[in-house]
Design a protein around this ligand. Structure first.
Ligand SMILES: C[S@@+](CC[C@H](N)C(=O)[O-])C[C@H]1O[C@@H](n2cnc3c(N)ncnc32)[C@H](O)[C@@H]1O
Length: 432
């Protein structure tokens, strides 16, 4: 442990945090009600552990509250009690979650009052901003005896690891059939652009629930191999189940790792991604790592979103939702997230700096098939994408209102074959 910095009140250290598990519940709360929501959440977990935990062989440890980077006005909390390892699938609302791990800044407070915790969180927030980290995962550990340790992750991509192992990952793990249905045309186009060939070794970056890894396997055939890499445990669990059900054997494998830093073998003929490469905190370093994963002359092929304003599946529902919730936030472009790569010159610059050559970035506008009916289409855009994120906190009555407005706005796109709305993507290719 090294003393990192110190002000008159709060000493901050940089430490390495080992991986650990918590039995937990999720809560969202406005900033002023975080302490109440955290106490309530911890109470639910404690009660569950007292009733079911001992029988299931769980030994409760310290209490942990994880603060995810704020989505708009609400704070998302994972409230839990440390355990050795998950023992079974718990019934909702109890779940097993991984605590943030890796490099973190830590402030220890002798008293666990709300004010002391808030001061420590603020000091850590400032320390993160000083390092150019805008959104960091923070957490506190209450060890009993009144003391509290407060942490902020300085691990690259930690906020994404938390998101894709949290609500985002759970949603995609459950809704992959709907997402695949919507993205059928986009998937066909990027697979055609990538053109996997028999016998090739392919890396599918941010492979999620495994759809494209399985499709790539068709392309490379029995003599080839596909490796999917992702940071999301819930999505990889689905991917592994699907690969087993498809009898993929060893031709398709999955690795839970940060693609930005994982030491891949330099053996891939094709580095591929469907919307899985826009989340890196340091994209140049990440694409340099992916270039090292490519065999000499290996190909890169990925699809990413163009500007939100050119994607009617974003603008139409967002406009309709705003007629009910005027403050619904617009997607942020240029920061790690779905719209990080809207600027073609920036994408080119990142790839050049990372050592890729023969870079080609082509606009394609495949349709998104949002659903067979207007009702289904409205439900889809309220579950996946920018409107879904903006609705995280609203109640059923408002959701019903939004759903009706969104369905109305999508009506001009309805046809006998279903509701299809334009998307706009970059199809990016390059060579190592
Ligand atoms: C929008 S989803 C796309 C998933 C999948 N490719 C698909 O099209 O269904 C983005 C995916 O990228 C993954 N991801 C984000 N950052 C990552 C990283 N640093 N390393 C590996 N995967 C990452 C997420 O966990 C998530 O599965």
């Amino acid at each position: 442990m090294t003393a990192e910095s110190q002000d008159s009140e709060i000493a901050i250290e940089e430490i390495e945090v080992a991986p650990a598990w918590i039995a937990s519940v999720r809560r969202t709360a406005p900033p002023a009600e975080v302490a109440r929501a955290a106490a309530e959440g911890l109470g639910v977990v404690r009660a569950w552990l007292a009733a079911a935990g001992a029988g299931a062989g769980l030994r409760p440890g310290r209490e942990v509250v994880v603060y995810h980077p704020a989505a708009g006005e609400v704070v998302e909390l994972e409230c839990g009690v440390e355990i050795d390892a998950p023992v079974e699938r718990a019934l909702a609302p109890i779940r097993f979650a991984r605590m943030p791990a890796g490099r973190a800044l830590c402030a220890r407070q002798r008293e666990a009052t709300d004010a002391a915790v808030a001061r420590a969180l603020a000091a850590l927030g400032q320390a993160c901003r000083d390092r150019g980290l805008m959104a960091a995962v923070r957490w506190e550990i209450r060890s009993g005896g009144g003391s509290v340790e407060v942490y902020a992750s300085i691990e690259p991509n930690a906020a994404q690891v938390a998101y894709w192992n949290g609500p985002g990952g759970d949603r995609w793990a459950e809704l992959w059939p709907l997402i695949d249905g919507a993205m059928g045309a986009i998937t066909a186009e990027i697979l055609e652009v990538a053109a996997p060939r028999p016998g090739e070794r392919v890396l599918d970056v941010g492979c999620g629930a495994g759809t494209t890894a399985l499709a790539l396997r068709e392309g490379v055939g029995a003599g080839g191999a596909v490796t999917g890499v992702d940071i999301s445990a819930p999505m990889l669990a689905v991917a592994r189940e699907r690969a087993a059900a498809a009898g993929a054997g060893t031709a398709v494998s999955f690795v839970e790792a940060d693609a930005a830093a994982h030491p891949f073998e330099s053996a891939h003929d094709l580095v591929f991604s469907r919307f899985g490469v826009m989340f890196f905190s340091d994209p140049v370093a990440a694409f340099a790592n992916l270039r090292r994963a490519a065999a000499p002359g290996g190909r890169l092929a990925f699809v990413c979103w163009r500007a939100a304003e050119d994607n009617a599946w974003v603008t139409v529902p967002l406009g309709a939702a705003r007629s009910v919730l005027p403050d619904m936030p617009a997607p942020i472009e240029g920061v790690p997230g779905p719209f990080a790569f809207v600027d073609r010159d920036r994408v080119r610059g990142i790839l050049e700096s990372a050592g890729w050559r023969e870079i080609a970035i082509e606009r394609r506008d495949p349709a998104m098939a949002l659903g067979a009916t207007l009702e289904q289409a409205a439900r889809y855009v309220m579950m996946i994408g920018p409107v879904a994120r903006g609705l995280a906190e609203v109640g059923e009555a408002v959701r019903d209102q939004v759903r009706a407005r969104v369905a109305e706005a999508l009506a001009p796109f309805a046809a006998p074959a279903g509701v299809a709305v334009a998307s706009s993507c970059w199809m990016v290719t390059a060579r190592a």
